[in-house]
Design a protein around this ligand. Structure first.
Ligand SMILES: CC(C)(COP(=O)(O)OP(=O)(O)OC[C@H]1O[C@@H](n2cnc3c(N)ncnc32)[C@H](O)[C@@H]1OP(=O)(O)O)[C@@H](O)C(=O)NCCC(=O)NCCS
Length: 152
């Protein structure tokens, strides 16, 4: 079956994706699981915020968000590609690549000229997909790479 990518709020997968995101990032940020779910339910797009889920045969396999803000150190930058996460058993099948492309398409459709992201350790993945390193920042006390992608 083909991969289907759509806003998670339109699917039955909000609790699953909320649990993944909460375990991966949101809990460390001091947010409850209920707050994570609430964000996903209102991140419907097409303008940011829009939280996407990738599913195959009705199973959620990954997620990514087109967001208004992401890195507290850089409130001057917007919008962002954020929260790219693929289930461990579904990795290396091109799912993150498809999710990144879907967020880029949302941004382009909104007339965005420059999209931002930050990553602690996945800069080569994004660089291989057209993203450019913009500099170094800090997130929760750890170094991260700031990157951007321009659209004509
Ligand atoms: C980073 C992450 C999102 C990548 O997800 P993924 O779905 O495995 O990514 P993809 O499959 O699109 O690409 C990963 C690699 O698999 C390769 N690949 C893609 N399809 C493939 C296939 N069918 N067979 C073999 N390899 C494949 C890609 O070429 C890529 O390699 P490259 O980086 O050398 O180009 C995932 O590992 C993850 O969720 N990590 C934890 C959270 C995280 O770090 N998120 C990013 C925060 S910035």
């Amino acid at each position: 079956m083909t991969l289907l990518i759509r806003p998670v709020a339109e699917t039955p997968h909000v609790p699953t994706i909320a649990a993944w995101l909460h375990a991966q990032w949101w809990a460390a940020g001091g947010y409850s699981l209920a707050q994570t779910e609430s964000f996903l339910r209102q991140a419907t797009g097409p303008a940011a915020p829009c939280a996407l889920v990738a599913e195959r045969d009705g199973l959620p396999l990954g997620t990514a968000t087109f967001d208004t803000d992401d890195l507290p150190a850089r409130p001057d930058l917007s919008p962002w590609l954020a929260s790219v996460l693929v289930a461990p058993e579904a990795r290396r099948q091109g799912i993150a690549t498809a999710l990144v492309a879907a967020v880029e398409e949302l941004a382009i459709a909104q007339g965005v000229r420059r999209l931002w992201l930050f990553t602690p350790d996945q800069a080569p993945f994004y660089a291989a997909r057209g993203w450019v390193r913009s500099g170094a920042e800090e997130y929760r006390g750890s170094p991260v790479v700031l990157m951007h992608r321009d659209f004509p």
